[in-house]
Design a protein around this ligand. Structure first.
Ligand SMILES: [Zn+2]
Length: 64
């Protein structure tokens, strides 16, 4: 009877989880401007992130 439970779309659930993780990762990469709020994202540069709206710049310190 345990075979009947296998019919559940378990694999689909797993796919959804993967998509979710991808989504949050993307969100984390794009920092929002602390001055303008969450709707405005910082533009990424080589060593800094800047807001095109208010000019806020966040310098990324060298790690390593
Ligand atoms: Zn801003």
């Amino acid at each position: 009877m345990a075979k009947k439970a296998k019919g559940k779309p378990h694999k689909q659930n797993k796919k959804g989880e993967m998509y979710d993780a991808s989504g949050s990762e993307l969100k984390r990469k794009n920092k929002s401007c602390p001055k303008c709020g969450e709707g405005v994202f910082l533009a990424k540069h080589n060593d800094r992130e800047s807001c095109g709206k208010c000019g806020y710049t966040n310098f990324l310190g060298k790690k390593e």
